[in-house]
Design a protein around this ligand. Sequence first.
Ligand code: MLT
Length: 407
Amino acid sequence: MYDLNQNFSRFPGGYLFAAVRQKKEEFQRSHPDADVISLGIGDVTKPLCPVVMKALEDAAAEMGDAATFRGYGPYEGYAFLREAIARVDFQQYGVKILPDEIFVGDGAKSDLAGITDLFSDRNRIAICEPTYPAYADSNVVGGRCGYFDEHTGRWTSVMYLDCTEDNGFVPEVPGMGASSPDIIYLCFPNNPTGVMITRSALQRWVNYALEKGAVILYDAAYNAFIETPDAPHTIYECAGAEQCAIELRSFSKTAGFTGMRLSYMVIPEALRCGGASLRNMWKRRLGARYNGAPYIIQRAGAAVYTPEGQKQTAQQVAEYKQNTKRIRAELEAMGYTAYGGTDAPYVWMKLPAGMKSWDFFDLLLTKAGVVGTPGVGFGADGEGFFRFTGFGTPERTEEALARIAKL
Ligand code: MLT
């Protein structure tokens, strides 16, 4: 009899957003007339912007013509897209990232899971808490998390970096002892708390990784939402980051590609472990496991980097941010303490003392018909908090806030 990956049996339950969706669907089945508003998963509601649609249609037409049809593309992504990314996302911030250091993928979640193939199961991972659940989940499959302790709500082999109100939800660098981490996950602007890190705090993490010989997996999926002046737009603005960091980006929130699937990772040439180049390892891994993102989606992605594409996507982001700011302002006016919402599409609301986040989820769903995300779903430190997203429409967001105010 064949043998299964026993790590799957270590998951204590389903994936957070699948659980949220299931609860919402169960409620809708038992209350078919209920008008439920979803401010839970960070899924966009605006259609693709015109310049992206045009590129998609043109590329689809190319695929239907023998003269322009494309079959397998380059594993690492088409040069037209990687060159545009290098120019717009990095050179404008004075950062030199070469197209050869950019690898196009089909979503940051897939990239985050895929990159773990490069690391042995002996590495110790560090994750912020609260955090996006996919970081730990992908390492559970790879056997790097140990066991889930029901009492602490934590994985036994993972180092947790506490992100609390006291530290402004920005973790402190740990000590250099034997239990210090080898792989460090950071996400800024942060999901779920919505806060941004300062340049000097990020530099401290880079210095730590360089000294310790650790690698940072820097998730910058919400980069387009940054508005704090002088905030770092890429980890490579920090000195030495090219020797210790991989940066992950997504088109999902920047350009509304949640249903299209497009992302990229930067793996700098200078990033080495001993003599081994992580960039070359990833190239080899792509050859073994991936045939590249679809041509038409990459063409649509390249349209985002045209001047018109930059303008149109920035407009969409600005409109989502208006929702987020409104959510925070109105929650505060209702007397709640709330964080985030300035540099990210998320507002992190503190619940009344003693209230559990799944209890608040149920209350909100059943009494107000509004779905959010329970803080504990992002880790034990998230208990007592609740996340709202600004990706709804302005009208539905306003309606949800009016219902919450009546609760
Ligand atoms: C979130 O809501 O945290 C994200 O949208 C989930 C994701 O990107 O997979």
